[in-house]
Design a protein around this ligand. Structure first.
Ligand code: ATP
Length: 236
């Protein structure tokens, strides 16, 4: 087991956003976290990456309790995140943004290899390598955020709504890329509004409702679950 979360609670002031979340991610898996707006998906990701302190519960990554570890040290341990809302550096070029993703690494040849891998995955970024992040289209910034997260060579990649705001053709492409990244050996925890795509790509999934896990199963089982279909897949 690569990630094990137990009974996690998290507060924003007096608002309780997570009410005892437990989930696991095994090495090599793609796990999808789905749920309505405000269910707590992004909050769960923030707790795992260390961007928000948790109130109680535990987060164990690769056998180490990281519940209260600093966010940057979690990156060093192998937890990488492409955050919702992209967060690319607008004044830096595509290349510089990608290099920033590798700031914790010292293995120059490995970094060069991964730069090539990211450029192969995202030919659009390769074409625009000298362009400033702030001048990329929304979809291109999304790709850059994923590429930058990959540059840390994470063991666990946290992807928060990678398909958000993308045109249908690009949505298809980003999910294909997610599958390829996984096939190349990276474990992925994926938050998505696009439940259909996410569950059809994921080995397993969890359904989050108002800060609680209400259902879990294989991607396939959840795709065919009548309640999930009705609530998240837009079919009765
Ligand atoms: P979406 O799909 O809309 O992004 P989500 O499932 O990712 O939703 P979260 O962003 O995790 O949901 O939010 C969970 C709950 O916590 C929501 O009710 C939200 O209003 C609240 N919340 C999130 N961030 C904060 C904050 N900084 N301060 C106060 N409340 C917050």
């Amino acid at each position: 087991m690569l990630l094990e979360i137990k009974d996690l609670t998290l507060l924003y002031g007096r608002i309780q956003a997570l009410h005892g979340i437990s989930l696991t991610v095994n090495e090599g898996e793609v796990v999808a976290l789905i749920g309505a707006n405000g269910a707590g998906k992004t909050t769960t990701m923030r707790a795992i990456s260390g961007l928000r302190p948790v109130a109680s519960g535990s987060i164990v990554f690769d056998g180490t309790d990281v519940t209260r570890m600093r966010a940057d040290l979690r990156v060093v341990r192998g937890i990488g995140q492409a955050p919702e809302g992209r967060g690319v550096f607008p004044g830096m070029t595509v290349m510089e943004n990608l290099e920033m993703g590798a700031y914790t690494r010292r293995d120059r040849s490995g970094i060069a290899e991964d730069m090539k891998m990211v450029m192969d995955l995202f030919p659009r970024l390769a074409e625009r390598r000298k362009q400033h992040g702030g001048t990329l289209s929304g979809g291109e910034q999304q790709m850059l955020a994923v590429g930058r997260a990959l540059m840390a060579r994470p063991r666990l990649l946290l992807l928060d709504e990678p398909s958000m705001g993308l045109a249908p053709m690009l949505i298809q492409q980003i999910f294909e890329i997610i599958t390829r990244i996984n096939e190349q050996g990276t474990t992925i925890l994926l938050v998505e509004q696009n439940a259909q795509q996410a569950l059809s790509r994921a080995h397993r999934g969890y359904v989050l409702e108002t800060g609680r896990i209400v259902k879990e199963g294989t991607g396939r089982d959840l795709l065919h679950d009548p309640a999930v279909k009705e609530a998240y897949l837009g079919v009765a």
